[in-house]
Design a protein around this ligand. Sequence first.
Ligand SMILES: [Zn+2]
Length: 112
Amino acid sequence: MAVVRGSCHCGNVRIEVPDPPTWVADCNCSLCRRLAWRVAYFPPEQVQISGETTAYIWGDRMIGIHHCPVCGCGTHWESLGEDFGKMGVNARLLDDFDESTIEVRKFNNADN
Ligand SMILES: [Zn+2]
């Protein structure tokens, strides 16, 4: 395990994940294409988020999409009920993240 840390721009929200992501998702759903997230997936119990976040919930209300209320950076998403066995972390916030050195998988969710 090689813990990777990250934070939003203002430092209010801090993130810790157990390993550097080996790939990230570039999703084209109606929200992600606006936010330009690069999402890395981890089991929720392996991710530590500290600091206050605000959740945006829309559509089918299955997930909350969190951001820092101070600087606005998107931080993570998590299930609101159903156990997906994973949550999404915005890899752009992780220290030393460089998408030119990692596999970026295009997720085609343009209908959502
Ligand atoms: Zn912030």
